[in-house]
Design a protein around this ligand. Sequence first.
Ligand SMILES: [Zn+2]
Length: 411
Amino acid sequence: MADNRTSDAAAAPRETDAARRCPACLSNDLEVFLEYEQVPVHGVLLMYSREAGRAHPRADLQLAVCSACGFVTNVRFEAGQHEYGPDYEESQHCSSTFSRFAADLAQRLVDDFDLRDRSIVEIGCGKGEFLAELCRLGNNRGVGIDPSCRPERIDAAAAARIEFRPEFYSAQHAGLAADMICCRHTLEHIQPVHEFLALVRGNIKPGTQPVVFCEVPSLEIIVREARFWDLYYEHCSYFDRASLATLFERTGFEVLDVWLDYDEQYLCLTARPSGQAADKYPVSRPRAKANPSMAAPMADFAARCQASITLWREVVAGWHAQQLRPVLWGAGSKCVAFLAATGLDEEIEYVVDISPYKQDRFLPGTGHRVVAPDFLREYRPRRVLAMNSVYRQEIQAQLDALGLEAELHAL
Ligand SMILES: [Zn+2]
């Protein structure tokens, strides 16, 4: 179908792609440092059969870092690949560890910004649990914007205070009254981040000063610990503290605070509109310097990831060879990325998840069946590998309650 000339022509734009503009600071300093070919495009979309899981579309991950602002992006990302509908099951609220974190965070925001009898807009509200918590704690009103929202999952009292809009955030949301704009675990799914934040800034009702709260995965721990399972196609944008603060400052916000939370896995930021409109800062001079601690570790990041991939592949294959019936715990994006990178497949029979929405569904990519913890009573695994160490205690308590003596390990 394609002769040499067409292949050459197809290869040519890739050169340009690699050198293209940083979507965060708009400078021309992107440099590719890691490439994984053909990873599943979704990590948490529900699959209804093993075959559907295995046939799920794949695409390339080619990560580049901007030497001007420290932002990392997948230069091969194509936004059209994704399906953010009701079957997009990203909620982690079934976990008591996660719910406690979210409830404490909501309480802190309500107290710090006196969010009582106020209006809150959440961009990318997911299933709406966090917005419901903010509304409940402060008797606030909310607007939740997300194509995957499921209002029926929120208790009736909270839902009465929230207007859900099952759509993507856009210029149509200009002028929505807001004392707080919340955007959690959404920005990492968007590639034109400068354009997006400029839209948020431009949509703010003139004369109002809403506080903005943003939360994304932190690139810093990913790089420091070579967490290859935290790199996946859905996440096309990765931030450290400096690149996130720079982006907000350059799109017309004054940054109030930036901090790491959830065992340093999450990066949080609060900001307010500054006097400056978006795009007032000169492109060639980022406001904050890239975190100097990021540059050096990035150089050998791909090699450290590869070493970790080899190690985990050998460990799990060893468990399988010894007939220890290893299972993975946590059927989310980390699990899909872990399996894609290690190539582990029949060495693991089942993946466990506490979310009833995921049980008896199948993983995108390998097509592993997702089972409830109860299933382990009969399967009796001798090794359990948790996909996130933050849930270690919670998982151990469940294994104890099931009367299992499986050895628990965690990424
Ligand atoms: Zn940049």
